[in-house]
Design a protein around this ligand. Sequence first.
Ligand SMILES: Cc1ncc(COP(=O)(O)O)c(C=O)c1O
Length: 359
Amino acid sequence: MSEPDYSGGLSLADAKKKIGDREIYRLSSNENPLGPSPKTVAAMTTAARSINLYPPRDAAALRAVLAAQHGVTAEHVFTGAGGCEVIELAFRQFTQPGDNFIVCPPTFGFYYLMAKRYGLSLTEVPLVPTTFALDIDGIVAAVTEATRFVVIINPNNPTGTCFPDSAFTELLSRLPEHVTVLADEVYFHFAENPHYPDTVAHLMRGANIIRVHSFSKAYGMGGMRVGYGIASAPVAAEMRKLMRPFHLNAIALEGAIAAVGDAEFVEQTVQNNAIGKAYLQTQLDRLGVTHWPTDANFLLLETKLSSGALTDALLLEAVMVRDPKDSAIPNCVRVTIGTPAENAAFIAALEKILATLDE
Ligand SMILES: Cc1ncc(COP(=O)(O)O)c(C=O)c1O
C-alpha cells in the first residue's frame, strides 16, 4: 500500500519561516479565496456576544436548514467538526479491526489515516491512468466479505475529476448489500458537469450511501470546523448517537446556518471559480502544461519537474501549491483556483520557473 499521509501542506507560518515575511499566495488547501460570507461573519459576531450560554445540544437548527436545502428530513442529517470528523464517525461506527475498505487513488490522504487508526485493510483500485475514470470492474472485483466501504470522492481530490451518474449508478448496482458507498462530496458546489450524480436521490431509493459534506470549501469556513453527513434515517441516527452533547460550538453553528442561507455568496464563489478555472486552463495551454478537466475548486497539472521540486520552486516565488505525494503522478501538483490576482501570480511564477528549464 502506498501511503500518502495526511500531513497536509505547509502552514502560512511555516511558509513564512522558509521565505520570509512577504505576501504569500496560498493556493494549497482548496480554501475559498473570497473568504467567508459577510452574513456568516455577522452571524458569528452576534453569536460571540452570547458565548456564556451553552449551544443547542444537537445542532437541530442547522440540520433543519441543511435538510431543507437537500430535500431530505432532519432525520437524515448528522453533523461533525468538519468533513473529516463526519468521515471518521462513519469508520468508528461501521468498521471493526480487520475489516476492509476500498479507495481509488490518486485520492485524499485522510482515508489512509483511517485505515491505520482503526486497524483496517485498505485496498487501492487506482483510477484509470490518464483519464482518471473509475475502474468499476476493478472495484467490484476487489470487494470481499470484509469490505465495509467503497470511498468515492466526487469531484475527486486531487484530480478534480467528476464521476458521472452513469458510472455511479453502475457501481451501486454491482455492489453487494453489505457494502456502503462513502460519497465524499465536499466539492460538490463547484461541479459544472450536468451528469453529476444526485446521490440523495439514490439514497432515497434505498442505496447504501453515506454522503459527506463540509463547510470548509464553498462556504469558506475551514477555520470553524463544521461538516455534515446525509444518510438513511437509521444510519444518521446511529451517527448522531456518537456525538458528544454540544459538539458544535455556538459561533460555528450560527455561522453555518447563515452560510447555508446566503445563496448569493455561494453563487459568487462558484462564479469566481468558473472564471478562474477558464483563465488557468487558457494560460496552462499557452505554456504547454498538461492539465486535467476539473469540476472542483482546484486543478491538477503536470510539468517536467517532480511534484516536490515544482512545489518548492513555486514557494520561493511566494506561491503555495500542494504536492500530492503520489508515486502514480510524480510530476503533478494541485493548485487551488484563487482570485484573479492569485491566479495571475501563480501563472507568472510558473512561467518564470518553466523558462529557467528551457535555458
Ligand atoms: C476530499 C475531501 N474530503 C474531506 C475533506 C475534509 O474537509 P474538512 O474536514 O475541512 O471539512 C477534504 C478537505 O480538504 C477533502 O479534500
